[in-house]
Design a protein. Structure first.
Length: 329
């Protein structure tokens, strides 16, 4: 991912004595640090908390909530940083290729009181926006990406080495350590020297995994699902549905998929059942089906029905998990 001249090769070598010390420190850190949960009891009962170096993928079709889910995770971790009184020392890092930094701010400024579309339509009074902007520095979420305010200025390349350089600058210039990184989304991440899109996207997940290990924070990536998902009865993406990104199956420590039936079936769709004998869920804008496809080192197949209001970053359980079951496709 980066030029070998930037580092000392000795840093890649670990003697048995060093490994014993590392392992004790690592295991002790797990006991002392609960990790990053997803924030919903039904999910956290089955999902191992996110740890430094983890790579997590969220697969979904466009408009089905992958960016909003990452924004929700960012907000939850930012609140935990506030609770630890570590604002100014730790931060969440949201890396975007899809939107400008100003557009991403809609997630954080709204604070659950209005939606991004409300701002786009000009429905939010300027005094409300200004009051929220005054409080914004206390929310430890930093954005890496292009800002409309800096358009026309010389910029470094927004590739993964550039992102790593920006994170290193955060640590060196501001004393901020990332505790969670979010990448929106992998199909848009450029790789220098590779023009073929499928090959380029295939290269990205291992590179993000390497970046997560180097920074020492978990990385969550949005992954666009292929159009073939639209042909399924239950449009919940599987691992093989990651568009041009089969390598995410091997590189990810955890892999999830999402489906918001309202976006594909409309309100006239049939009620959704997670299994043949489970209760039926009425289709609403908030009904979201989430599935865990992979979890390295533990059970990795669960499906949940969730209440998710993406415009307000509100997530709650509608039902407990159903282990080892797959709806009929």
């Amino acid at each position: 991912m980066v030029d070998n001249k930037r580092g000392d090769f000795r840093q890649l070598i670990h003697t048995p004595a060093e490994l014993a010390t590392y392992y004790v420190e690592w295991a002790g850190g797990i006991l002392e640090n609960p990790g990053i949960p997803l924030g919903v009891p039904a999910l956290d009962k089955s999902v191992i908390p996110l740890r430094p170096g983890d790579l997590v993928g969220i697969i979904a079709r466009p408009g089905h909530g992958k960016s909003s889910m990452m924004a929700y995770l960012a907000m939850q971790e930012a609140k935990r940083i506030q609770k630890r009184s570590n604002v100014g020392k730790e931060a969440v890092v949201y890396v975007t290729w899809e939107n400008s930094a100003e557009e991403i701010e809609n997630f954080w400024m709204a604070q659950g009181k209005y939606s991004a579309s409300d701002v786009a339509w000009g429905r939010v009074p300027m005094d409300v926006i200004t009051r929220n902007a005054i409080k914004r520095p206390q929310l430890p979420i930093w954005t890496i990406g292009h800002a409309i305010s800096k358009a026309g200025q010389p910029m470094p390349r927004m590739n993964l080495p550039g992102v790593l350089g920006a994170i290193e600058s955060m640590q060196a210039d501001f004393g901020i350590k990332p505790t969670l990184m979010l990448f929106d989304y992998i199909q848009l991440i450029p790789v220098d020297g590779i023009q073929d899109r499928q090959r380029r996207v295939t290269e990205v997940p291992p590179m993000v995994k390497e970046l997560a290990l180097r920074v020492g924070a978990p990385a969550v990536c949005g992954v666009q699902a292929a159009r073939e998902v639209d042909l399924l009865k239950y449009k919940i993406p599987e691992m093989g549905h990651a568009q041009w990104a089969s390598s995410i199956e091997q590189a990810a420590d955890k892999l999830f998929s999402m489906w918001r039936p309202y976006r594909s079936e409309g309100p006239e769709g049939e009620p959704i059942r997670l299994t043949k004998n489970s209760k039926a869920y009425r289709i609403t804008p908030e009904l979201t089906i989430m599935r865990m496809l992979k979890q390295r080192g533990d059970d990795g197949r669960f499906t949940w029905a969730l209440y998710f209001a993406p415009q307000y970053l509100k997530l709650a359980e509608m039902e407990t998990d159903y282990g080892h079951v797959t709806p009929e496709d």
